[in-house]
Design a protein around this ligand. Structure first.
Ligand SMILES: [Zn+2]
Length: 151
């Protein structure tokens, strides 16, 4: 499921990806056809190799990096929260995911001692970090603050 904001009436709709892809999804309030969200609708998978390009070189908008591993139980709770935040980004921020087992260089560079850890970067600088499972509202608020903060 994905959250799509109606371009006509701005109400938020929870829609099935297949229906969306087939152009069958309609707004629950006004009935307008819903378009798939543009860039940033899904978390971006990053690696040691792409980190500098995707995160450090990103300008203007905050980038949240969810540091996780497949064996980590709490990470599985945060995963769907990241999907929702990415779907609701509307260009205000980007959500990225880094598997710390596969990418030890980046994990050690930012001293990831426990996971999940969420790093928030802006203009190539680490400006905030959250550790452990956090409510979606908390993460969204930190992203709003990050968007207003000069790096
Ligand atoms: Zn609508």
């Amino acid at each position: 499921m994905q959250i799509v904001t109606c371009s006509k009436c701005s109400s938020k709709n929870r829609v099935d990806e297949m229906r969306l892809a087939n152009g069958e999804a309609k707004c629950g309030r006004c009935g307008a056809r819903l378009e798939a969200n543009t860039a940033g609708s899904k978390p971006l998978e990053i690696s040691d190799h792409t980190f500098a390009h995707e995160v450090l070189a990103a300008k203007g908008k905050p980038v949240l990096v969810d540091c996780w591993a497949p064996w980590c139980g709490p990470c599985r709770i945060i995963g769907p929260v990241m999907d929702e935040l990415a779907a609701e980004a509307q260009g205000n921020y980007r959500i990225a995911k880094l598997n710390v087992d596969d990418n030890p260089q980046t994990a050690s560079r930012f001293q990831i001692a426990s996971i999940p850890t969420m790093l928030i970067f802006k203009d190539g600088k680490l400006i905030d970090r959250l550790t452990g499972v956090q409510p979606k509202q908390t993460i969204a608020e930190r992203l709003r603050v990050a968007a207003r903060t000069a790096a």
